[in-house]
Design a protein around this ligand. Sequence first.
Ligand SMILES: [Zn+2]
Length: 278
Amino acid sequence: MQVHTVGSGPPDVAVVGGVHGDEPCGVRAIERLLDADPDVERPAKLIVANERALERGVRYVDTDLNRTLPGDPESDLHEDRLAHELLAEVEGCTTLGIHSTVSYENPFASVAYLNERKREVAAHLPVDGVVDFTVVADGRSAELPGFVDIEAGRQGSDAAVDNAYDCLLAFLRTTGVLPSDPPDADPAFYEVTEPVYKDPGRTYRFLAENFERVDEGERFAVADGDPLVAEMSFWPVLMSDHGHDSLLGYRSIRRGPLSTLPVSGDGTESMANGATDG
Ligand SMILES: [Zn+2]
């Protein structure tokens, strides 16, 4: 793990790239910021998480770092130990994690257990939407009290690096690390209601658009030519033909602009309060 610090003093703002080794956009965005050597008004940590997986160009070496939080310092598995180290680095920090996807080309944010601190960060990100994954929470960084993740675009694309950098700048402005105001984006909030699994051995084709409403009765995918019809309306998230072996993607409900949502807590609660117990 690399930890770069900009500014002086102990940071309480952090950015994490390279959680997944086959998603280099966050690392490129961090390098771009370090190369630009900006004047900062407050210190921040810039973390390149999984160097071993990045070197190999694989999502992970032993186990998925973003499904293994809070990790285990005694584990035989590289990512279990790394998760423990990463958590220590971002403890108490308002943090942006940067990812990319095979399923969608525009940036969106992912959160769980939304609180005021996360809402403030997400509200100023230049993203298509903010997706709440609380219902499928399973040791993801987005479950931590001060952590917001973005999916910056297609894995390995130049556009994902540009999107990641734009989100990084917006985040550092929102948190007061960089001067000048962040964009007043107020993206829409989508609450994931359930995963949509694939039947093993069948070939799927997704027919709708992510973040665009699928109406009741609409054919949104085919499996070996058989239509999948929506029993009630929903908004697809991360749905794709080949994104995942066993998962087509997620159904969600669009709740409206982020600014209109009631949230509880300011995000200062600790891990001990169960933020990752789901
Ligand atoms: Zn990722």
